[in-house]
Every structure is written in C-alpha cells, then in structure tokens.
Design a protein around this ligand. Structure first.
Ligand code: PMP
Length: 310
C-alpha cells in the first residue's frame, strides 16, 4: 500500500491541526457504513516563481459545498476558510507538489436519517506533477456509470467510487491501464476518475454534462481550447465514434492530461506528439505552474483590452 503519512504528518480536522497518526473517526459512522460522504481531489504545484499554489481552489471548494448540499449534508465552512486551512496543511507538512484530499463525513448514525452535524478533514500528501508521456491502453468497461436518476451524479460523493473501483479493477485485471465507462444509454461517459476527450478531423469531442462528474480539468480544457482556437463539441458519442478517432485523452486533477495509445483493440493512428491532446497537455502543464506561454500572454492582453472597453 502507498504511504500517505508518517509520524510527522499533520492534517486539519474541523479547525484543529492534528497528527495523522492520532486523528480519529467513529467506526459507527454513517459515512463509513454507507459511503455517505463527499470529497475533493485538488493539486498544488511549485509554480515557476517557486511559490506553492493550489490550482483552482475556489472551484474545488465550491464543488465540495455543492456536493454536500446535493447529499443534504450540513456544511459549515466557506471556501475561503478551507483554502486558508489547506495552505496551512501544505506549509506544516512542507509540501509543494501535493495532492489534497478534503472530505466531509457524517457522525455515528446507523439510520438513514439526516444529520445535524458533519465533520471536515483536509489531508495532503506529496504527488509529483504527472508528466503524462506514457500513453494509456483503455478498455470499455462492462460497468456503466451510475444512473443519474439513482444518484446525484454531479456530486463528488464517496459511494459513487465503488463503481470506479469495480471498473478500474476489471480493466487492470484484463491487462489494460484504465477503464472507460458508458452511461445508462450506452454513450461514452468518463473514466473511473477522469473525463475524456477525443480528436477527429481537427476537432475535439467530449461527453456533455448530465451523466458525468463535471470535472474542473474538463472545464479548464474547454477554456484552453478557446484560447488555442481548437474547435470542441460537447455531445453524446458512442464507443464506435471513439474507435474511429485520431487520438484521445483523459483529463482530471490527479491524472492531469494523459494520452491514450489504444481503446480496446483499436490503436489510435496519430502519434501523440502531433495530437490536439498534446497541445492541450502542454498548455495545461504551463497553466498549473503559472508559466506564461507567449500565446496565452498575448491572449491575456487582448482580454484585458476587451475588459477595459466593456
Ligand atoms: N470524473 C470522475 C469520476 C472523477 O473522479 C474525476 C476526478 N475528480 C474527474 C472526472 C475529473 O474531475 P476533476 O478534473 O475535477 O479532477
């Protein structure tokens, strides 16, 4: 098993800094028994200037608040408070390139009744930026994503991840790197922990919102497409559409932007270095470490000029 903490690690637990080895939770908890919790996966980076910066912290903590609301969980912090707490956790653990895991969970409660309180913990551990040059072989999962009529699929809820674990374990058991799940209608949806884009004839395509987690990286990729003048379409696409694509990639906070070499028995024809995904990957890597590319700073100037006249 990976090591997430040692005897020096601290975490934030509802306003208190606690040693990871001493922090406690309740074994009679509703969250442990029923998967009734919400969480986030966030990254921080050592930026080009040497400073530690959390990438899109407001977006992540706002999504955590929406996830809690979607599950009727009491939620008592502002995003600003939790961002400050996160920087404290990073600093106290001496972390720069880190993966940050806030989780909101319920008290001891074996019933299905709502709670009057919930608890929040922020953990972080070192995670180097993912370079993403090793391409993935991905298989169509036999598992579908949860039906949005049965779950609040837009929430990042712990229980949903049983589906992710089943799909990922199946793919790895069959010798693939990762799974791609379809939605209840058989359209391609997402990976166990990442959203998907594919390229065909100079355009990118990605499943529309509705049956997927609205990824913050997905939103960032859409924003980069606009900045880089890459045409992109959101819609409903079949596994057959994907198996005619020129290239494909996953995107997510942990995975960042990572290309595929194959989908089931189909090998993508375009060398990764020539794909739109590779351009997006480069732009994403620059963005998270706040390295200003020439093109993005030019665009920024245009935007500032436009804003000034609006
Ligand atoms: N889909 C699923 C199921 C995920 O778990 C994740 C990771 N949070 C994503 C997509 C990507 O989301 P994000 O870009 O916000 O990390």
């Amino acid at each position: 098993m990976a090591s997430y903490y040692n005897e020096h690690t601290v975490l934030w637990q509802d306003g208190r800094i606690v040693k990871a080895t001493e922090a406690k939770t309740d074994l009679y908890g509703q969250s442990l028994h029923y998967g009734y919790a919400v969480f986030e996966g966030i990254r921080s980076y050592r930026t080009a200037s040497g400073e530690t910066k959390i990438f899109k912290p407001v977006e992540h903590y706002d999504r955590l608040a929406r996830s809690a609301a979607a599950l009727n969980m009491p939620y008592r912090y502002t995003s600003e408070e939790l961002i400050a707490a996160t920087y404290e956790v990073l600093k106290l653990n001496n972390l720069q390139d880190a993966y940050i895991r806030p989780i909101v969970y319920g008290p001891a409660n074996m019933s299905f009744n709502p709670n009057t309180e919930s608890f929040t913990v922020i953990q972080a551990w070192e995670m180097a930026p993912f370079l993403g040059d090793r391409l993935l072989r991905v298989m169509t999962s036999s598992f579908q994503r949860p039906n949005p009529k049965g779950f609040k699929i837009e929430a990042k809820a712990s229980g949903h991840y049983v589906n992710s674990i089943l799909a990922s374990q199946e793919a790895k058991g069959k010798g693939f790197d990762e799974a791609l799940l379809t939605d209840m209608n058989g359209y391609i949806a997402e990976g166990p922990g990442a959203n998907i884009f594919f390229e065909r004839n100079g355009r990118l395509f990605t499943p529309a919102l509705g049956n997927i987690l609205p990824g913050i990286t997905r939103a960032t990729v859409l924003q980069l497409c606009e900045e880089l003048d890459i045409p992109v379409e959101e819609g409903s696409f079949t596994p057959t559409d994907l198996s005619r694509a020129d290239s494909a990639f996953f995107c997510g906070t942990a995975a960042e932007v990572i290309g595929w070499s194959a989908y089931d028995d189909y090998n993508f024809p375009k060398p990764w270095a020539e794909t739109l995904g590779q351009k997006i990957q480069q732009a994403y890597n620059d963005l998270v470490i706040e390295k200003a590319g020439e093109k993005s700073s030019e665009k920024a100037e245009v935007k500032i000029a436009q804003a000034a006249t609006a």
